[in-house]
Design a protein around this ligand. Structure first.
Ligand code: 5GP
Ligand code: MN
Length: 342
């Protein structure tokens, strides 16, 4: 999972033991894995008697609200001063679910400047090793939550207190959302963790109900529209969908509403790559998915200013959403030649 795991656990235990104030951060547009891993870590640190706070670059989707019932999570774009103070006053910064501070967007500057010890816990490839004092980076895990689980479990075995119930629930959340409810990136260690957490009392059916059955009617109709009229297929193999502001307004779209929809075109036998382009305030958010043998991480790096995992990546385009179809068609055809997909 992680090289020198036990040696690193010892080092982590020493850093935690020596620190009083902790600041936990994750990537911009935080998803279930980002929020879940941060909350799981914070609750553990609190149980250890530490002062621990989460600062996220921006808002997470509403359906994850149960992970922050007291509204304790600081949102950097809403209160930059408080966010800077939390980062700069901490002894230890723990960066979850992003392989470099640049993935935290406008928090990058203050995170780089902070004098704190810096720890990375993440499951993306190519971690920015220069920016951290201690790195837990594993590619063969479902999620950052899974990595965090094995780290916290090892700390508990080292004489630390057991996992708080909120940590178990938060980590189960990220493992569920990052695997698309155990459909992708599910390793033996993933199912072992699921089994252990269920045995420890996590109520999975309540959790699935919160994650998947609490949306608005408009959100399901929007998904219907995207799949019925919106989905276009290039050369029979490469699907894309656009979600411009106009469509977002029409259906009362809010962040996270179309989570998972980008996977659906892969259900078509010949479709190898699926892309979703969501118009944001000053850029277009890119979401890419692929069949297991096709690498969209490279595609995201080369053509969409991003990266991620082999079968699930993302990025950003600075262009009018109306120009995206032509850009996508050119990019995917060039990439298909490069990667011998045609
Ligand atoms: P999603 O499509 O769910 O937004 O993102 C899928 C994966 O792509 C994420 O887990 C993350 O690893 C990666 N990703 C998404 N957006 C970006 C981005 O702007 N830059 C990079 N480097 N990776 C991204
Ligand atoms: Mn993740």
């Amino acid at each position: 999972m992680v090289e020198n795991f036990s040696k690193k656990i010892g080092e982590l235990a020493r850093i935690i033991g020596g620190g009083k104030v902790f600041c936990i951060v994750a990537h911009t547009s935080p998803d279930g894995d980002a929020v879940g891993s941060c909350v799981g870590m914070r609750e553990y640190l609190k149980a250890m008697g530490k002062d621990a706070r989460i600062v996220l670059p921006d808002r997470f989707p509403d359906f994850l609200g149960y992970l922050d019932p007291g509204g304790e999570i600081l949102l950097y774009d809403a209160d930059r001063e408080a966010g800077d103070a939390a980062v700069l006053s901490s002894d230890v910064v723990i960066c979850m679910d992003c392989n470099s501070f640049s993935r935290t967007d406008h928090m990058e500057g203050v995170l780089k400047k902070a004098a704190a010890r810096k720890i990375l816990i993440d499951h993306h490839i190519a971690p920015d090793t220069a920016s951290f004092n201690l790195i837990f980076s594993g590619n063969h895990v479902s999620s950052t939550c899974e990595l965090a689980y094995y780290i916290l479990k090892a700390l508990c075995a080292d004489g630390f207190p057991g996992l708080p119930a909120m940590t178990a629930e938060a980590l189960f959340t990220g493992m569920t959302t990052d695997t698309n409810n155990f459909a992708n990136s599910t390793y033996p260690s993933t199912l072992a963790m699921a089994s252990e957490l269920l045995a420890a009392g996590v109520d999975r059916s309540a959790l699935l109900n919160r994650l998947y059955n609490q949306f608005s009617e408009g959100r399901l109709r929007l998904i219907g529209e995207l799949l019925h009229d919106g989905m276009k297929i290039v050369d029979g193999k490469f699907s894309y969908m656009l979600l411009p502001k106009g469509l977002q307004r029409m259906y009362g779209y809010s962040k996270g509403d179309v989570e998972g929809v980008v996977n659906r075109p892969l259900e078509i036998r010949d479709v190898l790559v699926s892309a979703l382009f969501t118009e944001d305030d000053d850029f277009v958010r890119v979401s890419l998915r692929s069949k297991p043998w096709v690498d969209v991480n490279l595609l995201a790096r080369e053509y969409f200013n991003g990266g991620g995992h082999m079968n699930a990546s993302g990025g950003r385009l600075k262009m009018d959403i109306a120009d995206v179809p032509e850009y996508f068609e050119n990019a995917i055809r060039r990439y298909a030649m490069q990667a011998h997909l045609l």
